[in-house]
Design a protein around this ligand. Structure first.
Ligand SMILES: Cc1cc2nc3c(=O)[nH]c(=O)nc-3n(C[C@H](O)[C@H](O)[C@H](O)COP(=O)(O)OP(=O)(O)OC[C@H]3O[C@@H](n4cnc5c(N)ncnc54)[C@H](O)[C@@H]3O)c2cc1C
Length: 423
């Protein structure tokens, strides 16, 4: 690690501690109303920390369409039959003790001039500042065969944990021994760079133990494995030889849902279970709010405050934003964005400037079987010249190889981050 001691301490503590260093924690600063849209990794964390760091001075309302939070991290273990959906579900009740009002509803529109959001069940909510953490929505426009509701109900993504995770597990259970599970991966950037390769491992682990004649076929639009390449290739060679087949540069062009067939540029692949992870963009409400998008997909933000570059008083977090160099779309990173934004919002609402040197970090664990895990970690420091966070050289890194100890760390990571967001 080449960063100095101060950089190391900041990197170890993360944005939460940074907020304390910059003097916004517990100061009872600011007043007004913040509405947060989306109770996932970014939104729930932002709601809690704005309320906590303003000592309740800022009133916070969280609007989330689902009744409970269901985690994408660990959801590949549910597919493999190693965990249940209830193991990765946490309610929103814990936020009440911070004075946060949780509204189960959908935001259908944002009037940025009047500073008001519209709710699907009727009524408006006025805000002083708005936080959007809507995650991703899927780009089905390039996949005509997947546009109908019936096609989407049979060819699943399971890339938002919940009912689709359970439904895909059922398809795997119903598959005969000797069948083929094929999954497609879109071109990066997409939610969770290592997630598809972890999924291949966990489905292969299930097949190896319960349906040993079956195959996992990975159809990747990318030129090569986009995260933890060496670690996944070794795990596949050591554990799943003859089970996992990896085909790079295989971009999905369309789907024949009735025949469970992936239509690729030069090939067609029929599977017993076809799992399509479609290309993604910022959750729909970002575009509906009129925010400036890059490539018509991801929200352009100011990295000192997470505020939209086009629309004042709207801060955007998590998977919905245009990523900084090498920054992954991960739950850990959404949690860090949330703390960066919370600290900036508390300061701005108290008439003070945000920190000019925010620092965020990421650790992402992947299960290669039911107990053995590998990780990748990185640190990203704001760089005044590019006005973006840049990866800190020498910080972070990769596992040497899968271990059971990292498996324990991964499960502890999940419990800790759910507690950090929601209790
Ligand atoms: C299989 C898989 C494995 C993964 N593993 C990991 C991992 O190990 N580690 C890791 O760090 N990350 C992992 N991720 C990535 C992680 O899940 C995402 O990066 C993270 O969820 C992003 O947080 P977010 O707040 O941007 O979005 P989300 O967590 O998806 O939250 C968005 C929320 O907004 C709500 N919403 C959207 N629009 C509206 C609206 N208009 N009104 C009301 N509510 C709305 C949604 O219902 C949702 O609850 C994984 C992802 C997948 C799919």
């Amino acid at each position: 690690m080449s960063i100095g001691r101060r950089g190391f301490i900041q990197g170890t503590l993360g944005v939460s501690a940074m907020a304390a260093l910059y003097g916004c924690a517990g100061a009872g600063k600011g007043k007004g109303h913040v509405v947060v849209v989306g109770g996932g990794y970014g939104g729930a964390t932002a709601a809690k920390y704005i309320s906590m760091w303003s000592n309740g001075g800022i009133r916070v309302t969280l609007v989330e369409r689902n009744a409970a939070f269901v985690s994408c991290p660990i959801s590949n273990l549910v597919l493999a039959g190693e965990k249940q959906l209830s193991d990765i579900t946490v309610g929103y009740e814990g936020l009440a003790k911070y004075g946060i009002k949780v509204v189960q509803d959908e935001v259908t529109a944002v009037d940025a001039d009047k500073r008001v959001v519209k709710l699907a069940k009727g009524g408006d909510l006025a805000y002083d500042r708005l936080v959007l953490s809507p995650g991703v929505d899927f780009m089905y426009d390039g996949l005509p065969g997947l546009q109908s509701a019936s096609a989407q109900q049979s060819i699943l993504h399971a890339w938002k944990a919940g009912p689709q995770t359970v439904a895909l597990r059922k398809q795997l259970e119903a598959m005969p021994d000797g069948g083929v599970f094929a999954m497609t991966i879109p071109k990066a950037p997409y939610r969770c760079p290592p997630g598809p390769y972890e999924r291949a491992c966990m489905v292969a682990h299930y097949f190896k133990t319960k349906k040993p004649k079956s195959k996992v076929l990975v159809l990747d639009a990318n030129e090569e494995i986009v995260s933890k390449k060496g670690l996944f290739l070794k795990a596949w060679a050591d554990n799943y030889k003859g089970i996992i087949e990896y085909r790079p540069q295989n971009e999905l062009r369309d789907v024949d849902a009735a025949n469970r067939t992936a239509i690729l540029e030069f090939d067609q692949v029929k599977a017993d279970v076809l799992n399509v992870v479609p290309p993604q963009r910022a959750g729909d409400i970002a575009a509906k709010s009129g925010l400036k998008l890059i490539n018509n997909r991801w929200v352009d933000i100011n990295w000192l405050t997470m505020e939209s570059t086009s629309t004042p008083n709207i801060h955007v977090l998590g998977d919905a934003i245009f990523p900084a160099p090498t920054m992954p779309k991960s739950g850990h990173m959404a949690n860090q964005h949330a703390k960066l934004a919370a600290a900036a919002i508390v300061n701005l609402m108290a008439g003070q400037p945000p920190s000019d040197a925010p620092l965020v970090m990421n650790t992402c664990y992947s299960f290669v079987d039911a107990t053995n895990v590998v990780h990748v970690a990185s640190v990203h420091a704001f760089d005044a010249a590019t006005k973006q966070p840049q990866p800190v050289k020498g910080a972070g890194g990769l596992s040497a190889g899968p271990t059971e100890m990292e498996g324990k760390f991964a499960l502890a990571w999940a419990k800790n981050i759910w507690a950090d967001m929601l209790t």
